[in-house]
Design a protein around this ligand. Structure first.
Ligand code: SF4
Length: 255
């Protein structure tokens, strides 16, 4: 079980959010939380900092997690991919981005978000003054490319969930930016359309272990529907406001 440092414990006590991740919800995460309420939500500090919860994946270092993904054949995609795509960005980041699945260029290069959609994501992040290499860890719900970039099957997503769980337990991000409906449905449960999910802050997780999350469009969708870029900009600003509140809480706690 992951051990929390004293500074991490003080941070989470200050945020009153609860530890980050144990385990991913399969359905029914809470939603419709108002942004100005998020940092008041969650368990008490003692609940939040309890190391309770269990996982079938014991904590592992990043190298071990990478090796697990690289070797994984837990669903048929493992036999069709060129290479698994673990994720990219900073493993010390406070923020995480979770998308759907690798595309052709990611499959070829073994890196997340390097195709046309990845370049748009870079531009979106840069427009907010964020660096994908320093500020975020970026990964997908699915680590292997579905043939023809089809929508991932629920069985594939379920088979791959343990890898994302392990990554987020390792990273302990303060907030999640969720890209697209496939990732949103997996992380938040339910079947609401993306339009209903975008304009609120969600708490992802279960029991006392929750993490605030904002949902926005997948960049691949925005390439096809550029008229929605303005809405994506609103979402990024919503996420930025969440970051500000978390950062301020940490500052007030002297962290
Ligand atoms: S998609 Fe996930 S579960 Fe399936 S083989 Fe790849 S890493 Fe394993």
């Amino acid at each position: 079980m992951m051990q929390w440092s004293a500074s991490q414990q003080r941070a989470w006590a200050a945020l009153n959010l609860g530890p980050v991740w144990e385990p991913l919800p399969r359905s029914g995460s809470r939603e419709a939380v108002q942004p100005n309420e998020v940092l008041r939500q969650g368990a008490t500090a003692s609940q939040a900092l309890s190391p309770g919860g269990s996982s079938s994946d014991s904590p592992a270092g990043w190298a071990e997690l990478r090796a697990r993904v690289a070797d994984c054949r837990d669903c048929p995609l493992g036999h069709q991919r060129k290479q698994a795509v673990f994720g990219s960005g900073s493993t010390a980041a406070r923020w995480a981005i979770v998308g759907e699945a690798p595309g052709a260029e990611e499959d070829e290069r073994g890196e997340a978000f390097v195709g046309q959609a990845g370049r748009l994501l870079d531009a979106m992040l840069a427009s907010m003054g964020w660096s994908r290499t320093k500020d975020f860890f970026i990964t997908n719900v699915l680590k292997c490319r579905p043939p023809g970039n089809r929508t991932p099957a629920p069985t594939e997503v379920a088979a791959c969930a343990r890898h994302l769980q392990a990554q987020l337990r390792q990273l302990e991000p303060l907030a999640l930016l969720i890209l697209g409906r496939v990732a949103a449905v997996h992380l938040l449960g339910g079947s609401a359309p993306l339009a209903h999910l975008r304009e609120r802050i969600h708490l992802v997780g279960s029991n006392a272990r929750e993490i605030p999350a904002v949902v926005t469009f997948h960049p691949a969708y925005l390439l096809r529907s550029p008229q929605d870029k303005a809405k994506a900009w609103e979402d990024l600003n919503r996420f930025a406001a969440l970051q500000d509140r978390a950062t301020e809480a940490l500052r007030c706690a002297g962290l």
